[in-house]
Design a protein around this ligand. Sequence first.
Ligand code: NAD
Length: 264
Amino acid sequence: GGNLMAGKRGIVFGVANNRSIAWGITKAIAGQGAEVALTYQGDALKKRVEPLAAEVGAKLVLPCDVTDTATMDAVFATVEKEWGSLDFIVHAVAFSDKDQLDGRYVDTTEENFAKTMNISCFSLTAMAKRAEPLMTNGGSILTLTYYGAEKVMPHYNVMGVAKAALETSVQYLAADLGKNNIRVNAISAGPIKTLAASGISDFRYILKWNEYNSPLRRTVTIEDVGGGGLYLLSDLSAGVTGEVLHIDAGYHVVGMKNEDAPDI
Ligand code: NAD
């Protein structure tokens, strides 16, 4: 490893298991000397996250459900007590009721709309607000988004609407926090088979479609996203804020099906 993250300490929200995008980012930055705190959503995930924390030498492993403000406050209070300051945050958190990641967007209920927006969008702003006073030497905040924010993707539905709001939040947060040298960016990742993705119906078809039609003729890995995470969380990207970086094998530039693509 190198030392691009030496002396930097931050919190990664959203590791569920070793297939999580947040884990790909964690591996990349820990390998470059970052000290990370990991959070887990509820006791069921605690036993999955603890061994991963041990793998990267993370001493702080804390519970956090973003719908429970007290748990978020407790994470930042612990970090303040243990570290005194904070250099980065990774927000890799999203949720929507599985039965609405199928069928038509127009059928979204008010309840699931609010829940999806709260967990997948507002939580970034809630974290940024708590991080700001601790980022006394500047900082970098990173979230994860998807092309379904920009264009209609089958079954992404209300999550696409939440990701669009998330991408706009990145821009407003970048403007608010920039004078304290706190940068806010997003990675728009291509489809990856994770726990969250398993809630989207026909995900296998989406993976194949991306493999056959993206310029690089493949899908991306959590290691690919980790590389972009390292860039956006380190000083390599010191001049970058309010950005959405596509790590999707180039899929977002394509306007039509590839002529050579086999049938799926
Ligand atoms: P994942 O299931 O590994 O991670 C999702 C995480 O969100 C989990 O750790 C889960 O515990 C957490 N979470 C959900 N509700 C929460 C709550 N109320 N409080 C705290 N945490 C909560 O799946 P992933 O694919 O790695 O997802 C990470 C991020 O990447 C998400 O924002 C997702 O939308 C985004 N993303 C995923 C893909 C993909 O294809 N997998 C593509 C682009 C963007």
